[in-house]
Design a protein around this ligand. Structure first.
Ligand code: AHG
Ligand code: MN
Ligand code: MN
Length: 339
């Protein structure tokens, strides 16, 4: 047990002190996210007992079956942030449209974008899932209803991002651009306590993480890059990597953040003329790219930094390569040279 317990509230306040002009609104918004996360964590812990596993019977905008848990977590984050006056507009992976602004939201200065449950197909089999969130300043004037323009900002405009991992313990990892910090939920206190200050991705990576069953749908460059990671390409890999793939982006990312490695989900050529990415720019790729950068790593779509991409729609998807900078840059190199 650490001698000094630092709660997430305490930590957020400390970070705020670096900005004398701060009004506290932003700090309170981060507490609201942490509280919604605790509500979701409580429900996940007893998921097998209630009537909350399985399909909800609805389909989301991406055409994916929604699980009851997707809906539960989505509602928890929306309810927590609709009436505080801190958030002006919200977008959720689970909703076709932006969250309809309430009267209180008109005065909100911030934009909140989230994937309420990431990796949701893993819940029914008791494997870790997560929540991903990001915060931007709004573009439209305070006092009016927020619009899509507020949500379509490149990741480099982000003011905070983070994720919650509902794993063997629940952790919240966040950054406001000043280091990446991890907190573990102490269940008997109901508090997130600082357990991983100033996370830096280790210099020597341990893992590569991808769904290798898609090998046949990958471009020649990605197939060759994967052989490089396996130590089978003509270009030598300077260390040995092991394979790990959970299938929940948050869990795969979190493991690689702490132990070093690369996660990649490239374009899939199921249709040769129309290759498709899967992961979502605003809900998944950009927030984790912000965290990766804060920890000394890098995220790319294979050609450019994820944080530089100007989104065109809220549900836009992108290829994602994220983790240790040298491994991500090597992926860019293989794509440049071999397609
Ligand atoms: P979500 O549950 O939010 O729809 O995201 C699922 C994503 C992501 O978590 C994971 O990395 C990826 O889907 C796994 O996809 P495959 O099953 O195709 O490997
Ligand atoms: Mn997701
Ligand atoms: Mn999701």
């Amino acid at each position: 047990m650490p001698t000094q317990l630092i709660t997430i509230e305490h930590h957020i306040l400390e970070q705020e002190r670096a900005y004398p002009e701060a009004t506290g609104v932003f700090s309170n918004l981060l507490y609201d996210v942490a509280l919604a996360a605790k509500i979701v964590a409580r429900e996940i812990q007893r998921a097998g007992l209630g009537n909350i596993l399985g399909k909800s019977g609805t389909v989301n905008v991406q055409g994916e079956q929604q699980l009851k848990f997707d809906v539960f977590a989505n509602d928890a984050f929306i309810n927590m942030n609709s009436f505080t006056g801190r958030v002006g507009i919200m977008a959720s992976e689970e909703l076709d449209d932006l969250v309809t602004p309430t009267e209180a939201m008109k005065s909100g200065k911030y934009v909140l974008i989230f994937d309420p449950i990431d990796g949701s197909s893993n819940i029914d089999v008791n494997v870790s899932v997560g929540t991903v969130f990001s915060v931007y300043r709004r573009k439209t004037p305070v006092g009016t209803a927020g619009t899509q323009e507020d949500c379509l900002q490149p990741g480099k405009e982000m003011v905070a991002a983070g994720y919650i991992i509902y794993g063997s313990s629940t952790m919240m990892v966040y950054s406001t651009g000043n280091g990446v910090h991890g907190f573990t939920l102490e269940p008997t206190l109901g508090e997130f306590l600082l357990s991983h200050p100033n996370i830096q991705i280790p210099e020597i990576p341990k893992y590569y993480s991808t769904n290798e069953s898609y090998n046949k749908y990958w471009s020649a460059g990605i197939q060759k890059y994967t052989r490089y990671l396996q130590g089978l390409d003509s270009q030598a890999l300077p260390y040995k990597l092991s394979a790990r793939y959970v299938g929940s982006l948050v869990s795969d990312f979190h493991r690689n953040l702490l132990q070093g490695g690369i996660f990649y989900y490239p374009l899939l050529y199921k249709d040769l003329n129309n290759p498709k990415p899967k992961l979502r720019l605003l809900y998944e790729a950009a927030p984790l790219a912000f965290i990766a950068r804060g920890a000394g790593g890098y995220a790319s779509d294979g050609e450019q930094s994820i944080l530089d991409i100007q989104p065109e729609s809220v549900h836009q998807r992108v290829p994602l390569f994220i983790g240790n900078r040298d491994l991500v840059e090597k992926a860019e190199e293989y794509i440049r040279n071999y397609g």
